[in-house]
Design a binder for this molecule. Structure first.
Ligand code: NAD
Length: 478
């Protein structure tokens, strides 16, 4: 395979199917080196009028032709998959993840486009008799603002792009300033596949994100990011009664019951916590294991953490890359120091890896409890606290003792018993004997409590890019 030379590539915003000229650029850092390796276009909040006007013009025709939307989304899937050798190295360079994971992220984008190209927006005829006709339509909303974080720039953009476009909306996407490039490149790949103005991608340092919310043209904001920023988005969107979907933070518990087989559980649990270096909204963020199995589990996780290969994402055999950015790197260091200062035992890791870039050793912590920052807060990095519980009621109470409610898991030899406990957990998804098993194209994904409002994926995600309209009148049978 011939991979793109990322440092030699120039990146442009896409507005109305063309390059959008910008006066300034901003630095993009490769987290494996800590060095600037590329420049991204700095679109100003003032330029948004041009971008949103293009999206608005494109909406007029795009919303009318459902057949075209299906065909074009399928063609977009083919184009994205064909561009994997171009897109994946850009993703590695700006995000840090291993190349294989980056390739999977690109292929998943293709799969999402295919799925939504085929998904029906159902026609619901409620009444059709000799007296009356009543139908409930799902109409597109108009232009959508999409704002994404830096952990899965393409996956999370595609969770918005595919259903929004399928439903007949047009979209303006703004990726995180830490990972602007792959989304810009994606839009370039799709030029000429999608009609001009249907997908626009712009980048720039904040306050560009806030400007996407306050602009008068978009009728919906689909936001994925932190709870703190999500709340600001909700307040700003309320000014104009824009619709919002908010996919926010999580502090996802895994509960390991007394009868769980530690050998079976450990590796799957480890990768559910440490995949993408723990920078996954639905990663396992805290473990509660029954006191009979907790000591063995801690040691097994520690062993896996010591064996995990941490390296530049382009290196052969790398399983984990660096943290994505300096503030996140500092945050992880701070959370581990705080835990150790409060009596935590470092089973493995617990230190910076001595090389350039934002590398931190996969860390397992024992002797931790509720009240520790690393337990109460979302760490979003390669550190996992493993606590012990005595009875199941205590484990459930502890799981629910959080402002968040994104995902959770229960692990047991008795899947029926685990499922009964699962229904007591306040979160959008609970998996049995896996974590995040319910994250699928066809299932709703969204958080309870401070983890968000609304859902993405499946018919429910598609519906969130529509608004209901009732058309009723005299019988059409006469
Ligand atoms: P963040 O909230 O700092 O930034 C997210 C995006 O919002 C970025 O594009 C940023 O530029 C933009 N932004 C910043 N200020 C804004 C404002 N006032 N108005 C509008 N947009 C603004 O989040 P992050 O650090 O990039 O991502 C990590 C967080 O995202 C974690 O909390 C993680 O749990 C969460 N996350 C949630 C999901 C989910 O589906 N629930 C998925 C991935 C990540």
């Amino acid at each position: 395979m011939t991979l793109l030379d990322v440092s030699a590539t120039q990146f442009f915003a896409t507005s109305d199917g063309k390059d959008l000229a910008t006066d300034a650029t901003f630095d993009v850092i490769n987290p494996s080196t800590g060095q600037v390796f590329a420049q991204a276009p700095s679109v100003t909040p003032e330029q948004l009028d041009v971008v949103f006007a293009a999206a608005n013009r494109a909406y007029r025709d795009w919303k009318r032709d459902e057949g075209l939307r299906r065909t074009v989304l399928l063609a977009a899937a083919v184009a994205v998959e064909a561009a994997v050798d171009e897109l994946a190295p850009i993703l590695v360079a700006e995000q840090g993840k291993p190349l294989g994971d980056a390739r999977n992220e690109i292929f998943a984008a293709g799969a999402w486009l295919r799925y939504f190209s085929e998904l029906e927006v159902p026609r619901e005829i409620i009444r059709d008799d000799a007296e009356r006709f009543e139908e409930v339509y799902r109409r597109p909303l108009g232009v959508v603002s999409a704002i994404t974080p830096w952990n899965f720039p393409i996956t999370l953009a595609m969770w918005k792009i595919a259903p929004a476009l399928r439903a007949g909306n047009t979209i303006v996407v703004k990726p995180s300033p830490y990972t602007p490039l792959t989304t810009l490149a994606l839009a370039r790949v799709l030029r000429g596949v999608l009609p001009d103005g249907v997908l626009n991608v712009i980048t720039g340092p904040d306050p560009l994100g806030a400007a996407l919310v306050s602009h008068p043209i978009p009728r919906k904001v689909s936001f994925t990011g932190s709870t703190a920023v999500g709340k600001r988005v909700a307040v700003a969107a309320a000014e104009d009664l824009k619709r919002v979907t908010l996919e926010l933070g999580g502090n996802d518990p895994a509960i390991i019951l007394k009868d769980a087989n530690v050998e079976d559980v450990a590796a799957r649990l480890f990768w559910s916590a440490f995949g993408n270096n723990g920078q996954i909204c639905l990663a396992v963020k805290r473990v509660s294991a029954h006191e009979d199995v907790q000591p063995a589990l801690v040691e097994a996780l520690g062993e896996l953490a010591r064996k995990a290969r941490v390296d530049d994402g382009m290196a052969d055999g790398a399983q984990l890359g660096p943290l994505n950015n300096q503030p996140q790197f500092e945050r992880i260091k701070g959370l581990v120091s705080d835990a150790v200062a409060n009596g935590a035992r470092v089973v493995s890791g617990g230190h910076v890896i001595d090389r350039p870039g934002y590398f931190y050793s996969p860390t397992i912590l024992d002797n931790v409890n509720d009240g520790f920052r690393v337990v109460n807060e979302e760490q979003f990095g390669p550190v996992l606290p493993v606590m012990a519980f005595r009875d199941e009621a205590e484990a459930i109470e502890r799981a629910n003792n959080s402002e968040y409610g994104l995902t959770a898991s229960v692990w047991s030899a008795d899947a029926d018993h685990a499922a009964a406990l699962a229904s007591e957990i306040d979160s959008g998804q609970v998996s049995i004997n896996s974590h995040g098993g319910g994250v699928q194209k066809h299932l709703p994904f969204g958080g309870h409590k401070w983890s968000g409002i609304g859902v993405e994926n499946g018919p429910w995600g598609l519906a969130s890019f529509t608004e209901l309209q009732v058309i009723s009148g005299p019988s059409r049978l006469k």
